[in-house]
Design a protein around this ligand. Structure first.
Ligand SMILES: CC(C)(COP(=O)(O)OP(=O)(O)OC[C@H]1O[C@@H](n2cnc3c(N)ncnc32)[C@H](O)[C@@H]1OP(=O)(O)O)[C@@H](O)C(=O)NCCC(=O)NCCS
Length: 147
């Protein structure tokens, strides 16, 4: 059975492994450490004591931005990504009305997850992400309106 709790610095070894198996251009450990400050929230999803997923969110006035989200390869398609989105939306500060994020155009798994959850696409940022072969890939901007 999984549970979601705040990330600690002691989780970073496991978090960085998941990040490296999840992203073409993974965040460094330093970037994760940067998220341990006011206006950020970092969560891990655990299966027993093992970290199997994480989410990083930043709050600014009435907006929350989901900066990073990943689930370990062996634990995907078990509802954990959706569970972390639910946790995020259930723990928004009162002032937040909208959750924003950016996702690679080719990332069908993540786009499906977000659409399934209730995010809408509202813009495209051309050539935003580095991609294999020296190419650049569009970012799809998505938003979720708090009810
Ligand atoms: C995107 C990601 C977080 C999804 O996590 P997950 O725990 O596997 O997702 P869930 O099991 O909660 O999926 C919920 C729904 O999302 C959609 N979905 C998730 N993965 C999908 C896939 N590979 N293909 C199609 N739809 C998918 C489905 O609608 C799914 O519901 P279903 O299983 O009942 O069909 C995971 O694939 C991942 O870590 N990817 C690499 C990192 C990444 O891309 N992060 C997002 C950056 S913006």
């Amino acid at each position: 059975m999984h549970h979601i709790r705040s990330m600690t610095l002691a989780d970073l070894d496991e978090v960085v492994v998941i990040e490296q198996q999840s992203q073409y251009a993974p965040w460094s450990r330093t970037l994760f450490v940067d998220g341990f400050k006011p206006r950020y929230e970092n969560w891990v999803c655990c299966d027993d004591d093992r970290v199997v997923g994480f989410a990083v969110v930043q709050y600014l006035l009435d907006e929350a931005t989901l900066l990073n989200l990943a689930v370990a390869l062996a634990h995907r398609r078990k509802g954990l990504g959706q569970a972390m989105l639910l946790h995020l939306t259930e723990h928004l500060p009162d002032a937040v009305t909208t959750v924003l994020l950016e996702v690679r155009a080719s990332n069908q798994a993540a786009r499906s997850l977000y659409e399934h959850f209730g995010f809408n696409e509202y813009a495209t940022r051309k050539g935003y992400y580095p991609a294999p072969g020296g190419r650049w890939e569009d970012a799809i901007l998505m938003q979720y309106a708090r009810i």
